[in-house]
Design a protein around this ligand. Structure first.
Ligand code: GDP
Ligand code: ZN
Length: 295
């Protein structure tokens, strides 16, 4: 049976990228027996399908997923590009850390940081910009959609993968996608228009195939508000550079905040962990604690 990826979902139809002539999508219905499970098939899924005589298709089954992002549901995402602006708005490191923790939590295998609007950042500042995050092991891409700086590198990073761009609005995610593939022509700038659109329609996510190879998901990823649902015992694990210290703490339930003989705190003092990252950790920990108290 033929296999293909679900690119979008609309009004009960599933649209498959089958690689047929003209890049045309194949519209499909679900076979009755898989219809009963809500969310049985979502964008990003690979499915088995059969072609019907009228030129449409029927999805017979869904292949196992590598990952699943909820709200909106998208399967098989390979990478998340956490996108912020260097300026306008000024980079909010706490928010950046929140997005990184969400990305780590989601289980999506590859996480990259992309800083847009580098045309607004003095060149001398670029070399060491966000060094703590590079030290933590994140690949950092400094780009400018307007100046077309770093766009080839970003395009290469997307090639052959399903990617979601996560980050606050106004940092230039749509502008970057337009710079990568000018056929996309996503609306940019007028934030009020975008918010309006978002309010009146709750549509499913959609995958956009890129000219340079790879696919992007047309949603902002996840919202930083979801963070309070996270299990605080796991929080430190989502700071990759903390991992080597966690098991050396005296208490195996150590939250790395007030406990004595904490290897994480010692690493902060000794310079092995960047203080800003540790403070972001404490801040998120507190947000989770306060959430728990509210119940
Ligand atoms: P999104 O909400 O993240 O999709 O952001 P948009 O792509 O809509 O861009 C928000 C604003 O930032 C728009 O006014 C863009 O013109 C501006 N912008 C986008 N990229 C750049 C850039 O590389 N440099 C500068 N200076 N402004 C940019
Ligand atoms: Zn500790």
């Amino acid at each position: 049976m033929a296999q293909a990826q679900v690119i979008k979902m609309y009004n009960g139809f599933y649209y498959l990228q089958t690689g047929r002539e003209g890049d045309e999508l194949l519209s499909c219905r679900l076979r009755g027996r898989i219809k009963r499970h809500k969310g049985a098939v979502v964008p990003g899924d690979y499915v088995e399908y059969e072609l019907l005589e009228d030129g449409t298709g029927v999805i017979e089954s869904c292949l196992p997923r590598k990952s699943l992002l909820l709200r909106p549901a998208v399967a098989n995402i390979d990478q998340v590009i956490v996108t912020f602006a260097a300026r306008q708005p000024d980079l909010n490191e706490l928010l950046l850390n929140r997005f990184l923790v969400l990305a780590e939590w989601s289980g999506i295998p590859e996480i990259v940081i992309c800083i847009n609007k580098c045309d607004l950042l003095p060149e001398a500042a670029q070399e060491s910009f966000l060094q703590a995050y590079r030290d933590a092991g994140y690949r950092l891409l400094l780009v400018s959609a307007h100046e077309k700086q770093g766009i080839d590198g970003l395009r290469a990073q997307l090639s052959g993968k399903v990617t979601v761009f996560a980050g606050p609005s106004g940092v230039g995610k749509s502008s970057l996608l337009n710079a990568i593939d000018e056929r996309l022509q996503l609306a940019t700038g007028k934030i009020s228009d975008k918010i309006k659109r978002g309010k009146h329609t709750t549509r499913a996510a959609c995958l956009l195939p890129l000219a340079g190879g790879g696919t992007v998901v047309d949603t902002p990823g996840f919202s930083a508000a979801e963070l309070e649902q996270l299990d605080k015992g796991k929080l430190a694990w989502y700071f990759p550079e903390f991992r080597q210290y966690i098991e050396k703490c005296y208490y195996n339930t150590c939250t790395h905040s007030h406990e004595p003989d904490c290897a994480v705190k010692e690493a902060v003092e000794a310079g092995g962990i960047c203080r800003e990252r540790y403070e972001a950790y404490l801040n998120i920990l507190q947000a989770i604690n306060e959430r728990k108290k509210a119940y």
